[in-house]
Every structure is written in C-alpha cells, then in structure tokens.
Write a protein that binds this ligand. Structure first.
Ligand SMILES: [Zn+2]
Ligand SMILES: [Zn+2]
Length: 475
C-alpha cells in the first residue's frame, strides 16, 4: 500500500494524493495549482501519473484547488467514478465550468503575447464542455454512509465544516496480499469550530494513518464572535455617513456567510436594514445551492431558514446577474452594501466597483479573506495610496478594513484540537496543504503531543509506504 503526494505538498494548492492498493490507483482530490498565470498553466498541464490508469477519484470538497483539474483528468481518459457529497457535486457543477472559462481566458491572454513574441501557441487543456461532461462521472454519497468504492476499500465521508458539502475522507482498507487492515483519514480542508453556518469538523476513531492539512500552522485567527461585532460597527458607520461598503468576497461560502451574518445582525437589532447587492453571477448560483442543502448546515442555521425568513434572501437584498444591472449599481443611493467577486480583487466585477468607489473618502472597503501577495486586494490591505485598476491609476481615499476571522480554515490551535479529536494510533501522520514553514510549525507542535507515531511534512512527489510504518526512534 503506497501513497504519493502529487500536489499540495509544500504549498496550499493543487491538492492531489495517489493511493495504491490491491493493484488499484485511487486519487484523493484533483485540484488546480493556483499561482502566477504562466507557472500555473505549466504545472497544471501534466499529471505525474497516467490518467487512464486511475480507478476512482474521491473528492473532499468543491474548492478549485481540490477539484479544478478534474475536467482535464477526464478529457485525458479517466473514465471512473468521482465520489463526492451531494452539495460538493452541485457546487462543482457551477464552479468547474467557471474554472474552465478562466482557463480558456488565460490561454487566450498568454497566446496573444506569445504570438507577438513569435513563440509556439499554447493549447487549451480543458473547456467548459469538458467541465460539464465530467459532472456525469460523479457519484454522490452523504455523510456517514459507508460505501465500497474499490476492491478492499470502503469510503465514509465525515463533515469537515470548511465549506458547504466539505468532507473528511475516511477509507477502511484491507490489503489482500498481507491481510492487513488499515484506516486512513484524509482531513481535506479543516473548518473552524463555532461557525455560524457550518457544523464543527466531525470527530473520528481508530485512525491509523492521517493526511492532514496545515494551512495556518503557527498562525492564530481572531475569534469568530468578534467578527460579528466588527462587521456591525462597519455597517453602522456607513449608515451614519450615508456611504457605500464595498466587500470583495469569494463567490462561494464567503458571500453566503456574509449574508447570513448581516441578516443575523438585523434580527438582533444591531444594524438597521441597508440595501445589499450581491454582484457576481457565480455567487448568485452558489447562494441557490446553499438553499438546496439547508440540512447540511449547522442545525441552528437550518432552523433559521424557517424561523427568520430566508437569510439568503432577506428584504433589501438583491442578487445581480446581468451586466446592465451591475452597471446600474453605480447610481444606487447610499447607504448601500455591495458584495462582489473576486475576493482578492484580481478579476471580476469588483474591479468596476473599486474604480468607482476607491477614491471617495466616505466609503469603506472591507476585506474578508486571504489576498495573495501583489494582488490588488493585497495592495489595498497593505495601505498603498495609489493603485492601478484595469489600466488606470486611482488614489486610495476610502477607508480600508479587514476581517480575517471569516476564514474557512482552522488556525493553529484549532488544528491541534482537530488532531485530538481524530482518535486511534495515528501511527503515520503526513502534513499537506501548507507552505513549508506553516507545515513545520504544526509538525513541531504535533510531535510534542504525539510521541507514539511518526509526524512528517509531506514533500512534493514523495512516495511513502503505508505498511512499513514504524514508531519514531526512541518513542
Ligand atoms: Zn478549501
Ligand atoms: Zn484547499
């Protein structure tokens, strides 16, 4: 029984781990590497294995860094099943075509430059058609419903509390040659406990081998309760100033979480009603999918869907699809809240809103998520006084605020709590999905509390044997 870390080792994107057992190859996640455009296209173009030789894919959740290379895998001849929860499948049905659209756009942009420099043109690796076709290979499995997925391998999904439909992947494996049975848990991305909208990550037992994310190893987040107070203060300010609050937000999860919190604050009479606009076609579709899967949300959130109208459709909320309506938002009366993608303000309709609003001192621009270095979002967060937006320079006069506690990822202490709730020998622990320094910070803390098993940071393309596990020397 072997495991190869084919992505998200030493970095946070491109999640892909290959499990080989009983002559079968099972792929855990098939995500896109996300980084600078040309490097990403290069790294996502090749798989370090033969796609046709893969038996089955198990998908932890819909985020593109976990699912985005599935259309490419299918186009190259993968014919097997893709196991996912029902909400993950539904989110993929909108997110994968969107990712394909961005990929086609990126290739066209690079080819324009390559043509000018007389370089050979790049090929599109997958299209929206491939994305839609690959959805037909999905088999959905609810949480806690064990299902045989390959010879000697049974799959159970457990809630990971990270995004709607997100799962930890529990595999009960019997290796026929040795007769050994092992239980492997792949954490997927681990959410924060105490979220308003999602359940806490579920505990598990009898785990022998753990593959665990480490995005925020060594880092600490603000408490989730503080985020509601902070948002409340900001909304009151724009109401008093009769100005605009512009929120660049990821279309899936972050937008719905904001809507849920805004609705809750209104119901608690912390804020008065403010006209609120969600201006992102993907966010509008994702919000509909949230409504379809109410039962997978935290019971209190599901209940509030019945008790307090609809948190994703409250009075004064408008979901904007068309470009004309989006343009019309420039004229909308203040106070108003505009939530638009992308979260890092690198692309999408948010750029048009920032062009209009960034130089007005009465406005507030609020960042609620991670912004990669050198993106427009990062520049604004870093306090740059002049920024370039779609080719023109603008002075930054609006007030810039950040609210990091909306993070979908557990911080250092929450990862330790999660680790403790994974019960069992945990003889082998592999840390993935983290920059190396973050993974190492978590590894140090885990080694201290886990003397009876091996804890190591996975290296890119490293292959490990899962049956030759030995306790660490001296343990
Ligand atoms: Zn994720
Ligand atoms: Zn991830």
């Amino acid at each position: 029984m072997k495991l190869t870390f084919c992505g998200a080792a030493g970095t946070t994107t491109g999640s892909k781990h290959l499990l080989e057992v009983n002559g079968q190859r099972i792929l855990l996640d098939c995500g896109l590497f996300q980084g600078p455009r040309a490097e990403s296209i290069e790294r996502n173009s090749h798989f370090p294995f033969d796609p046709q030789g893969i038996e089955t894919v198990v998908l932890s959740h819909a985020h593109i860094d976990h699912s985005g290379n599935l259309p490419h895998l299918c186009r190259l001849g993968f014919k097997g099943n893709i196991y996912a929860t029902p909400a993950t499948r539904d989110l993929c049905s909108i997110m994968l075509p969107d990712a394909a659209h961005i990929h086609e756009h990126d290739i066209a942009w690079l080819n324009k430059h390559r043509k000018r420099d007389d370089l050979p043109l790049l090929e599109t690796k997958f299209t929206r058609m491939d994305a839609e076709a690959c959805i037909t290979q999905f088999i959905t499995v609810g949480y806690r419903r064990p299902l045989p997925i390959a010879k000697g391998v049974s799959l159970t999904f457990l809630d990971a509390g990270h995004v709607l439909g997100s799962a930890q992947v529990l595999l009960d494996i019997e290796e026929f040659a040795s007769g050994q049975r092992r239980r492997l848990l792949f954490s997927g991305d681990v959410g924060r406990p105490g979220s308003d909208l999602l359940n806490d990550p579920e505990p598990s037992e009898n785990v022998d081998i753990l593959i665990m994310e480490s995005t925020y190893g060594g880092r600490h987040h603000e408490l989730a309760t503080d985020s509601s107070d902070h948002l409340c203060r900001i909304v009151r300010e724009i109401q008093q100033r009769r100005s605009r609050l512009i929120i660049p937000a990821f279309a899936v999860e972050r937008t719905q979480q904001l809507l849920y919190t805004l609705d809750k604050l209104r119901h608690e009479n912390c804020i008065a009603a403010v006209p609120t606009f969600v201006d992102s076609p993907l966010a509008v579709k994702a919000t509909e999918i949230f409504r379809l899967h109410v039962n997978e949300l935290r019971p209190s959130a599901a209940q509030s869907m019945f008790m307090r109208d609809d948190p994703f459709g409250f009075d004064g909320l408008r979901l904007i699809r068309s470009v004309d309506e989006s343009k019309g938002l420039n004229k909308v009366k203040a106070p108003a809240i505009i939530i638009s993608a992308s979260g890092m303000a690198e692309s999408g309709r948010i750029l048009h809103h920032l062009r209009q609003q960034v130089s007005r001192p009465e406005n507030i621009i609020l960042f609620v998520g991670y912004c990669a270095d050198h993106t427009l979002g990062w520049r604004l967060r870093e306090g740059h006084k002049k920024v370039n937006i779609l080719g023109d320079e603008f002075e930054v006069k609006a007030q810039i605020e950040t609210l990091d506690s909306f993070s979908g990822h557990a911080d250092h202490n929450e990862l330790l709590q999660y680790f403790d709730r994974v019960q069992g020998s945990k003889k082998q622990v592999f840390l993935v999905h983290g920059e190396t320094t973050r993974s190492q910070a978590l590894a140090e803390a885990l080694k201290e509390r886990h003397q009876t098993g091996e804890v190591r940071v996975a290296k890119p393309l490293e292959q490990v044997s899962l049956l030759e596990a030995r306790p660490r020397a001296g343990a």
